[in-house]
Design a binder for this molecule. Structure first.
Ligand SMILES: [Zn+2]
Length: 451
């Protein structure tokens, strides 16, 4: 980690092609943008971008820190995927959780943070589970990882105390949810938690799913925390979408008035991919009328692995994130969810790889589309999880006064063909760079992986 006040010879989003810029940083923000002059003399230390793109940093809106890399960690090598379905993922992860120890939680979580920071991530919402099996093991490790990342000025981590298991239905060693509810409540009181989250769909029946939602909404109000639901994770048109109950409960409890600067994120929501236009418009109107800060997070790598589409080929089994933004005026973003476990064995900690895949997943290939995909892993993801930003618009242009949370895709050195350099957001999204030569800046300072 080192300090810098000037990044020079960079391409900036939203500027004329082939223009190069010098970006001055001060006090953690962007102080000045000026055309780059090759021979300008300055006593300030500078980073040379070699003509590459400098853009807003990346954000994981939804990532599970405690169950990452289970398939490759030697401690869990006996727990490998045989079928690849949701029930098996729950079973394998349940078995792994019974063996979690602080040391391996720290080791696996640190790998997520390291690989994310290398990719340009400065902010993330990390889920850590609490239940009768793991008690506070995942939470305690999450707090240590969060504090270390903060002290190292590597990455700002929001922790979400998360109930993957039911709050009101029977689970192992917790016959009616008393244990897990008490653990989530205690987690909310620690002062280290930013959000609380649950999975209403794991409850035994609809009544208890609704009870789960209501209990979490009340808890978030009581402790002034963000909310994060894994919601409507199915592709069954016979099930009642729980999203209506979330919106209604937030309205009934006057959540907007009783919390400040807090947001609600709804993840997965694959059931809603079966909706028609009218249903989406109804939901979008409902949310807008109540002025609820709800965002949707699509988790395509998980959804496409887990959700069997079967008889309806037009259903892609994952939220059409660009359409939610463009057609219904909702905020939405995309996240990797899991990495290296039975819920999502494949992928990487690089959100830009996800945006790159998004071109095909959502079949959105124009220049504007690629900018929107970048927003979904950067500005929109930060807004979803309630990271305070200087301006409300979501575009990826860099302006004076913006926080200096940035990622540089450094260009080619002298002697190499300059056209290979990624100079625009669309080139960065279309042409995956395998994280080569990226530099991450958090509040104007270079952040780097611990190892
Ligand atoms: Zn998740």
């Amino acid at each position: 980690m080192s300090s810098t006040s000037r990044i020079q010879n960079v391409a900036l989003p939203g500027t004329a092609p082939d223009t190069k810029w010098t970006v001055e940083l001060e006090g953690g923000t962007v102080r000045q943008l000026s055309p780059y002059e090759d021979n300008a003399e300055s006593s300030q230390p500078a980073i040379d971008g070699q003509g590459g793109l400098l853009a807003p940093s990346l954000c994981h809106p939804h990532i599970h820190l405690d169950k990452a890399y289970l398939l490759s960690h030697p401690r869990y090598s006996h727990l490998q995927i045989e079928r690849g379905d949701f029930q098996e993922a729950m079973d394998l992860t349940g078995k792994a959780k019974s063996q979690f120890e602080r040391a391996d939680l720290l080791e696996r979580g640190q790998r997520v943070i390291d690989e994310s920071v290398t990719a340009g991530v400065t902010h993330m919402r990390a889920f850590v589970e609490v239940d009768a099996g793991v008690h506070t093991k995942c939470l305690d490790a999450g707090i240590e990882l969060k504090q270390n990342a903060y002290n190292d000025k590597n990455c700002l981590i929001q922790l979400c105390a998360f109930a993957q298991l039911p709050l009101f239905s029977p689970a192992k060693d917790d016959s009616n949810g008393d244990v897990i509810r008490s653990l989530i409540r205690s987690a909310a009181q620690t002062g280290h938690i930013d959000a609380v989250g649950s999975t209403p769909y794991v409850e035994a029946d609809g009544k208890r799913m609704k009870q789960n939602v209501e209990w979490m909404v009340d808890l978030s109000i009581e402790f002034g925390l963000h909310m994060d639901f894994h919601l409507d994770y199915n592709l069954d048109s016979n099930t009642e979408p729980m999203v209506w109950h979330v919106v209604q409960t937030l309205k009934d409890r006057k959540w907007r008035q009783r919390t400040s600067h807090r947001t609600v994120v709804l993840g997965h929501c694959t059931r809603l991919t079966l909706w028609d236009d009218a249903q989406w418009r109804e939901l979008a109107n409902d949310i807008a009328e109540a002025d609820l800060p709800i965002s949707f997070v699509g988790l395509p790598t998980s959804d496409l692995f887990m959700m069997r589409t079967g008889q309806q080929p037009e259903v892609r089994g994952t939220l059409n994130v660009p359409k939610l933004i463009d057609e219904y005026g909702l905020n939405a973003c995309i996240g990797i969810n899991n990495i290296g476990n039975a819920f999502t064995p494949q992928g990487s900690c690089d959100p830009l790889a996800l945006a790159c895949q998004g071109v095909g997943i959502y079949q959105t290939g124009t220049k504007r589309d690629t900018e929107l995909l970048y927003e979904c892993i950067s500005t929109r993801a930060k807004a979803a999880i309630g990271v305070q930003q200087q301006r409300r618009d979501m575009d990826v242009n860099i302006q004076v006064g913006d926080k200096a949370d940035l990622v540089l895709l450094r260009g080619c050195g002298a002697g190499q063909a300059q056209w290979r350099t990624r100079k625009s957001v669309s080139e960065a999204v279309y042409l995956y760079d395998h994280c080569q030569s990226r530099r991450t800046f958090l509040a104007g300072e270079i952040s780097a992986a611990k190892e």
